[in-house]
Design a protein around this ligand. Sequence first.
Ligand SMILES: [Zn+2]
Length: 265
Amino acid sequence: MKNRAIVLFAVVTLLPASMLGMTRSRSRAAKSKPAHLKATRASRQRLRLARLRALILASPVHGTRESLLHQNQMITEEQLERIQTDDELQQLILAESLVRLPETRDLGVAQNLPEERRYCRPWTRDFVVDFAHERWEKFRRPTLVTSAVRTAEFQHKLMRYNHNAAAESGELASPHLSGATIDIGKRGMSRAEIKWARDYLLALQNQGFLDVEEEFRQSVFHISVYRRYDTLGADVSLADASAVPAEAAPKPAAALPAVPDPPRN
Ligand SMILES: [Zn+2]
């Protein structure tokens, strides 16, 4: 009872002071309204910018409209088909323009991925084999591909259920239609693995070998790999030379195309 009385006393004595303070600041604000509004706007902007910076820092490779546009530009430049139907998909598999994702100790494919969609472009396979190898060497953890080639037919169905899914045509179409794009699952990755993956992928993006978008709704790294990944064996400018596979057949450095675009986030 005694304690409660002390608390009540404290509340009663403190309350007028804080209320007075509020009244004072209010009346001051009323006198100079524009300045007050300006201060609020400025502080809101500071908060907004701080949160934005935290988000960007959290993922240096988050997706943007520009990234999706660039992936589609590259698919057009590299003259890759945007696969429309299952028939077209089968033809590209028969012609070995699309290759099957290997399943090894380091690398797996999501169980729910249908047989005919476990394919990608050869250089995309090389990239993911290297990624899985490097991750295994460092963390002793396997890499899981959750999505690879898609047809426009399938993408159209996906859009009906998943409003976040990219279109099946146009300049913002899903890059998965080309077969050069895969998603690597983040589920189960430790903080250290996520950081390592971001650094690894960002380094390759900065060198123009791929574009990466870290997705949070699907919890994947969405990665479009470009033909020039084949030439990585000859590229000594890449900071992490350990990522270069020893068995890759190097091509003359002069054959390297120019780096497409400055890195974007
Ligand atoms: Zn994707």
